[in-house]
Design a protein around this ligand. Structure first.
Ligand code: SF4
Ligand code: SF4
Length: 178
């Protein structure tokens, strides 16, 4: 009999403890973010979709070798006049990317030719679309930060215009001044 009432007491006590937490939160200001109309501020080191800047890239392939997921590939040809390598194409398979930032860290250019953006809403409707192919005839996803960088790049006729203020920054949000 004692055990029976003790059991009822402990159960009621546990229930009231839970309700106390519920009641406390009931009168607190709501913290729900009305996404997509409201968005949280991302941290400085947030790793979103990668952006690539073909006009800065020196085709050194360090990002290709550093990528643990083997999702970067490129082709470059040696230019006998300039004695440098000209980039023919550059691909990132976003279906394989694990957003580790290794490619950005090893990239030797200033600002970085490949870097993470704050873009986290990049969507694809077909598996093949995951492969982003930086060639002049391939449009990038519109409405995304990656796509906007590409669109501005194309609108400039691929002319180089580096902003000295962003040179040397490890994670420029938009290293090319448009
Ligand atoms: S973020 Fe990591 S996995 Fe993605 S392309 Fe760069 S090195 Fe590869
Ligand atoms: S590491 Fe940077 S400069 Fe070298 S190929 Fe990759 S993106 Fe281009």
């Amino acid at each position: 009999m004692v055990a029976y009432f003790k059991n009822i007491f402990l159960t009621t006590q546990g229930l009231l403890k839970g309700l106390r937490v519920t009641l406390r939160h009931l009168f607190m200001p709501a913290i729900t973010v009305q996404y997509p109309h409201e968005k949280l501020t991302l941290s400085d080191r947030f790793r979103g979709a990668l952006a690539f800047h073909p006009e800065i890239c020196i085709s050194c392939e360090m990002c290709v070798r550093a990528c643990p997921s083997l999702c970067i590939s490129l082709e470059a040809k040696r230019n006998e006049e300039t004695k440098k390598k000209d980039l023919a194409w550059y691909k990132i398979d976003f279906g394989k990317c694990n957003y580790c930032r290794l490619c950005e860290e090893v990239c030797p250019t200033k600002p970085k030719s490949v870097h993470h953006t704050k873009e986290y809403e990049l969507t694809f409707t077909h598996r093949n679309d995951f492969v982003m192919d930086w060639r002049t005839n391939v449009p990038q996803p519109q409405g995304s930060e990656v796509g906007q960088i590409w669109t501005k790049f194309m609108a400039r006729g691929q002319k180089l215009s580096l902003d000295p203020k962003t040179n040397g920054s490890s994670t420029p949000s938009d290293p090319v001044a448009f």
